[in-house]
Structure formats: C-alpha cells, structure tokens
Ligand binder design. Structure first.
Ligand code: NDP
Ligand code: 8X3
Length: 253
C-alpha cells in the first residue's frame, strides 16, 4: 500500500526524525531527509538504500524560507509532492524563568519550531491540495498540551504547533490531504543536550531513573498513523512513557 510512496522528514539527522526516516524506509517508503548536518544525512545512505528504496537528502535549515523553497525544487519530481510530510525539526533552548530567558534562545525556538514548520508546510501543502492527496504529520509535544515551570517559550512554540495542526486540518478539509500531530512525552534523544547547550551531565539527569521513550517508539507510531486507509485521519496522538503521567509527574526509580 505504501510501497513507492515518498515521505519527507525534517530533522532527520538525529533522534525521532532519524528513527522515523529509517522506519518509513523499512516499511517501503522512498524517503527524503532534511536537516542541517549533511554528513549525518549522507551516513544514512547505505542503510536506507540497502532496504531497496530511494533516498534523497539535503542540508536544509528550515528557518530559511528561501532555503526550503530552493531545496524543494532540487527534489526528484515525484518527491516534490510527497505523500507524507513529517514536520519534526525542532528544539528547546534553555529552561529558565521567562524574566531570565535569553532572547537568542527564544528566537531560535520560535524560528525553528513555529516559522520553520510553517515554511515547510507552505512549500509542500499546495502540491498536495492540487493532487487531492497527501498527509502532513506535525511533531508536537506534551509541552503543547500542558504548561510546565520554566518551559515558557518552548511550551508556547509547541502549543503553536498544536494550534497550527488543528488550523491546517480545517483549512484543508475536503482537499483529500490528511493532517495530524504526534505529541511525545520524554524521549531520550539529543533533545536535552541541545536544550542545555551541550551540558551532557545535566542532559543525562533528565532521563535518570525512568524508562524514557525511545525515538523508535515514536517512529513506529508515525508509521502506523501514516499506514491507515486514506479515509482515516489520526488527528492527535499523545505518547507517554509509562513512567510519565504529565509534564511534571514522572516516576523515577
Ligand atoms: P534531536 O535533537 O535528537 O533532533 C532534532 C532534529 O531537529 C535534528 O535532526 C536537527 O538537525 C533538527 N533541526 C533542529 N533545528 C533545525 C533547523 N533549523 N533546520 C533543520 N533541522 C533542524 O531531538 P528530538 O529527536 O527529540 O526532537 C525532534 C522533535 O521532537 C522536535 O520537534 C522536538 O521538539 C520534539 N519532541 C521531542 C521530545 C523529547 O523528549 N525528545 C518530546 C516531545 C517532542 P540538525 O541539527 O542537523 O539541523
Ligand atoms: C519535549 C518534552 O516536556 O521535556 O517536548 O519539554 S518536554
């Protein structure tokens, strides 16, 4: 059913995006990987191509609308209107009270998580609408459903992802294009290392003593959502570790 279809994953160099690209390829999808670190995208080629699917990758910074538009034009024609777009690229920077936050951290989160997601969506949604088929999955977060101490701007960007997902589903209804979001809780990736500007010791503490989700756990959910018959839209999925009940309620051994 999915064989021969194209999926484009943003933020495919690490974590959830990389696991998703590989899981989709294993499920028979041709895949496009975007991210800023081209060496990491290149390193995936042997694994993906051994699965017998096509792989196209390019260094793209989603914060640049021009770069996104240009990168779309370099795709093979059949991938320029992908069957599935996974808007995954995103990050948190900092964990501090709002009155002490760094403006550069705020700009980076808003530019990536909100504006970047919009630029990529704007680049691909028109083709999907014209073709009368397509699927856009946004990676939100439990941080898009709840507010937690010191999460402020990151939380706001993920609430924006939640709102934009619902808005896009309304705007595209009747077009044949499906729109949904996956909202993970704590997933052990490079996320916390990025959030704490490379402080690995602090990052490791985030996951200490709990069974955090793996990027593969989320990737499997995405493949399942994307594999549903076209009449079905899985609109919203919250995926938590069994050791996590809410943003702030976490059981640690
Ligand atoms: P990682 O840090 O492991 O991966 C983040 C990915 O986003 C990387 O591939 C990175 O690629 C890419 N990225 C960041 N900025 C840009 C940019 N400007 N342009 C293109 N790509 C970019 O984190 P995760 O895998 O955990 O995060 C993926 C998504 O999941 C994010 O949206 C995050 O908010 C969300 N999420 C994560 C959770 C977690 O607990 N880990 C929980 C809930 C949601 P590169 O640096 O090479 O550009
Ligand atoms: C990442 C999950 O709640 O640790 O979106 O910020 S959280």
């Amino acid at each position: 059913m999915t064989h021969g279809n194209w999926a484009l994953v943003t933020g495919a160099t690490a974590g959830i995006g990389k696991a998703t690209l590989l899981a989709l390829a294993r499920a028979g999808w041709h895949v496009v990987g975007w991210g800023r670190r081209a060496d990491r995208l290149a390193a995936l080629a042997p694994t993906v191509e051994a699965l017998g699917v096509q792989y196209h990758y390019q260094a793209v910074d989603v914060r640049s609308a021009d770069a996104v538009a240009r990168a779309r034009q370099t795709l093979p024609p059949e991938a320029q209107v992908p069957d599935l777009l996974v808007n995954n690229a995103g990050l948190a920077r900092g964990l501090a009270p709002l009155d002490q936050g760094l403006l550069s951290d705020w700009d980076e989160m808003i530019d990536t998580n909100v504006k970047g997601l919009l630029y990529v969506t704007r680049a691909f949604a028109p083709g999907m609408r014209s073709r009368g088929r397509g699927h856009i999955l946004n990676i939100g977060s439990i941080a898009g459903k709840e507010v937690y101490p010191n999460g402020n701007v990151y939380v706001a960007t993920k609430h924006a992802v939640d709102a934009l997902t619902r808005a896009l589903r309304i705007d595209l209804v009747g077009s044949g294009v499906r729109v949904g979001a996956i909202h993970p809780g704590m997933v052990e990736t490079e996320f916390s290392e990025v959030r704490f500007h490379g402080d690995t010791a602090r990052a490791q503490k985030v996951y200490q003593g709990l069974r955090a989700l793996t990027p593969e756990d989320i990737a499997e959910v995405i493949v399942w959502v994307a594999s549903q018959p076209e009449r079905i839209t899985i609109a919203d999925v919250v995926v938590l570790s069994t050791d996590q009940a809410s943003s702030t309620v976490v059981h640690r051994q």
